[in-house]
Write a protein that binds this ligand. Structure first.
Ligand code: ZN
Length: 364
């Protein structure tokens, strides 16, 4: 299939807001930018459906616009980026012959030149608009709370994130994401809104977008440390290939506690029990840091038939889906960034030591 072209509109096509994500292909066969004028000229950019099966963003946008903006003027201009309507038609993240759109923005590695040019063009258009902020809406799988991710540690970025959730994740890898490519120019977020189709995700993101449209500005004054709990990815955890594992009280090498995914985004104190081990079984987990070095012993102990954490960590993307665990990983581990100790947080990016790189959560 040929690389799609960008469609640009300064109005909503008739009937667009009546269409679910799966029907947007009737209007667009590729990325579309829809610019709507509001009282304040500087626009808010909202990106939806970069992944075609992550429908919360479009549902939030169309419900927001249908709620009262067919009569009321928008308080601020709004630019809607519809990412991948062809994948949305099929309910897929992307089509087989497409790249992952959220890896194609400037900064991405090994991107097909035609897609790189397409997304570079959209990126440059967005920069011309000098947006107040850029918000890219996604969904994920498993039991995860809603959270915002930032690619820079600055008080205006954190303040915007805190309007969505007090838990904020910092990441810089993988490259080529929309939020990372815009972060050099304006406050920029990736929103993770739980599972697609969950009404709470739509409600939450719609309320957030409404609040953003009413913002006067995003001041650089320091954010309250209680308003933002900032975390960064420190390790990926896998179950070793030859280990037999299960959940609950089952006779196996490694029996994880039931409802393990309830620990997602909980700060676990050192010593938290995650499951039982068959006595004499070899260490069942493998933790690897963002540089690829093994760090299993840094985070886990396997003594006396118990799997425990050995330092304060916060897991994310814990899943009880055996296929995901075997093909991808058990979870990611995050640690807290104490940005409030850093007086420089208002202006530049005070990267804590050892924080040159980090992974984005599964789903983004
Ligand atoms: Zn996504």
């Amino acid at each position: 299939m040929a690389t799609p072209q960008l469609t640009e509109l300064d109005h909503l096509p008739d009937g667009l807001l009546e269409r679910p994500a799966s029907a947007l292909y009737q209007h667009f066969d590729g990325p579309a930018l829809i610019s709507l004028r509001g009282q304040r000229e500087q626009p808010l950019v909202v990106s939806v459906l970069q992944h075609g099966n992550e429908t919360t963003g479009w549902e939030a946008v169309r419900r927001l616009l249908k709620s009262h903006y067919h009569v009321d003027e928008l308080p601020r201009s709004l630019v809607i980026l519809v990412g991948n309507p062809l994948a949305a038609k099929r309910g897929l993240r992307r089509l087989d012959d497409q790249p992952d759109f959220n890896r194609c923005w400037p900064g991405g590695n090994g991107v097909d030149p035609e897609y790189a040019a397409l997304f570079r063009g959209i990126h440059d258009r967005l920069l011309q608009m000098r947006p107040l902020a850029c918000i890219d809406i996604h969904n994920n799988t498993g039991l995860n709370p809603h959270y915002a991710a930032v690619n820079r540690i600055r008080s205006d970025y954190l303040r915007l994130a805190s309007l969505f959730s007090s838990k904020v994740v910092y990441f810089t890898m993988p490259g080529g994401t929309l939020s990372h490519s815009m972060a050099e120019f304006c406050p920029s977020l990736t929103l993770e809104c739980g599972q697609a189709g969950d009404i709470h995700g739509t409600d939450h993101s719609m309320a957030f977008l409404e609040a953003c449209l009413h913002l006067d500005e995003l001041p650089l004054t320091p954010v309250d440390a209680d308003a933002v709990h900032l975390f960064h990815m420190v390790a990926t955890v896998k179950v070793r290939d030859d280990v037999l594992f299960g959940f609950g009280r089952v006779p196996t090498d490694l029996a994880f506690r039931e409802n393990l995914d309830q620990f997602n985004f909980c700060e676990l104190p050192a010593g938290t029990a995650l499951g039982d081990l068959r006595v004499g079984a070899p260490p069942p987990l493998l933790a690897v840091d963002t540089e690829g070095a093994e760090v299993t012993d840094r985070y886990f102990s396997f003594d006396r038939g118990e799997l425990r954490t050995t330092r304060d960590v916060m897991p994310s993307m814990l899943t009880q889906d055996r296929r995901v665990i075997q093909q991808d990983c058990l979870c990611y581990l995050m640690e807290r960034i104490h940005f409030e100790d850093n007086e420089e947080v208002t202006g530049i990016d005070p990267l804590p030591e050892g924080m040159a790189r980090s992974d984005t959560p599964r789903g983004a």
